[in-house]
Design a binder for this molecule. Structure first.
Ligand SMILES: *Cc1c(COP(=O)(O)O)cnc(C)c1O
Length: 402
């Protein structure tokens, strides 16, 4: 059987420019973000400044991970123990995990056919629980109808926190993802759009939220060394009543990220070329149902999703196994037992699921996902489509095993 031989988890190497920047930091020995010499701004502070400029917001904080940014966001927005926090039923485990870690109670909200959050169910859940927070995950890079979502948040007095782990560089109606909510949270973990191994970025236009976030991240009262936070004089009382929950970024990772940030727009173009190629190929495959995109959405196609609604559970299982045998590790969210990353709410056993989620159950049962690393080219996409077609024919009995 012909097999696809490239790895779906192999990212591009770190560029020479980024390696040189990292080596330069190591030569100084000043890896800690606040370890600066006279006149030095530091890689971490510069990264924050550059990311803020890119988003068009005044304040950005770099931190230890995307999940840590989510926790900081909730705390900085004033979450108290036991508060209900709405979140999409279809998301990645760090989202409910961050709510749990901060003492909140996750309340899951159902999704639509396109896997984004259902604004009507959001309103219903807000009504039922009185929740004041909504952690909106733009899961797998799909941005829902932000006009409708924002209208619900406004009507119910909900503080919106955006999880932009899959939408760094994306926008809706011309507005960057992460600038709709009170706080935007981003990840620079290896599988996201910038790669520093681990890392997170938090953005806001609210000065008090940023003051709290900076102090919580472990600034040791050195917030005047930041370049994208409110002025030092404004930290007044906040500096004394906010606990330190260390989770800083270091200069080494920031040095690796700055050259990558400059490439984000061209990476987006390359990702979208792969996405379009695969999307076109899959559109020709009967039984494969694409996920529609909102017309106002400008996304980064670093992964692709599709549904197999007319296949039986067994047929999908055979198809997934056939793809696996051809070197294509499809993620199938309908798999009974979670493997590798979990995105099914029933695999987060610590959560109490209090609301019915009929769409999430139905949509996830036939939903599949493929990563698209930039180490692939368009010919690889054609290859993948062809091999998936073979697996589909075999799974649905159109051809015998080959
Ligand atoms: C990766 C991811 C996160 C968290 O990022 P980490 O940096 O791994 O903590 C949050 N939400 C989603 C949807 C993610 O995929």
């Amino acid at each position: 059987m012909r097999r696809f031989s490239k790895s779906f988890t192999q990212q591009e190497p770190i560029s020479e420019a980024a390696i040189e920047a990292a080596v330069a930091v190591m030569r100084t020995g000043r890896l800690h973000r606040y370890n600066l010499v006279e006149g030095e701004k530091g890689e971490t502070a510069l990264l924050e400044q550059e990311f803020a400029a890119r988003l068009g917001v005044p304040y950005v904080l770099a931190c230890a991970s995307g999940g840590y940014a989510l926790q900081l966001a909730l705390r900085a927005c004033g979450l108290k123990r036991g508060d209900a926090v709405l979140c999409n039923a279809f998301t990645l485990s760090p989202v409910p995990g961050s709510i749990h870690a901060t003492g909140g109670e996750a309340v899951l909200v159902d999704i639509l056919e396109d896997t984004t959050v259902d604004p009507d169910d959001l309103a219903a859940a807000a009504q039922e629980t009185g929740a004041r927070f909504f952690m909106l995950s733009h899961m797998r890079g799909h941005i829902g109808d932000m006009d409708a979502i924002m209208a619900v948040c406004e009507a119910h007095g909900i503080t919106l926190i955006e999880d932009c782990a899959h939408t760094m560089g994306a926008s809706f109606d011309g507005r960057p993802s992460g600038t709709f909510g009170k706080v935007g949270c981003f990840s620079t973990q290896t599988y996201k759009h910038l790669n520093s191994g681990e890392g997170g970025l938090l953005s806001t236009e609210d000065p008090e939220v940023m003051r709290r976030a900076v102090i919580m991240s472990g600034s040791y009262m050195l917030y005047d060394r930041h370049l994208a936070v409110p002025e030092a004089e404004s930290f007044g009382k906040t500096r004394l009543v906010t606990p330190n929950m260390s989770g800083r970024m270091d200069n080494l990772r920031a040095a690796i990220l700055r050259p990558q940030l400059a490439e984000l727009a061209s990476r987006k173009e390359r990702w979208n070329a792969l996405y379009r190629r695969l999307e076109t190929g899959l559109a020709d495959m009967a039984l494969v149902q694409p996920i529609p995109r909102h017309e106002k959405e400008d996304f980064v196609g670093s992964s692709i999703q599709f549904r197999l609604p007319s296949l039986t559970h067994d047929q999908i299982a055979r198809f997934v196994a056939g793809c696996e045998a051809r070197g294509i590790p499809l993620k199938w969210y309908g798999k009974p037992q979670p493997e590798d990353y979990t995105s099914r709410y029933d695999s987060w056993g610590y959560l109490e699921v209090t609301r019915p989620l009929p769409n999430a159950d139905r949509v996830l049962a036939t939903l599949c996902d493929l990563r698209l690393p930039l180490t692939f080219d368009e010919r690889d996409c054609d290859d993948i489509v062809q091999l998936m077609g073979d697996a589909m024919d075999q799974a649905t009995g159109k051809t015998d095993a080959m």
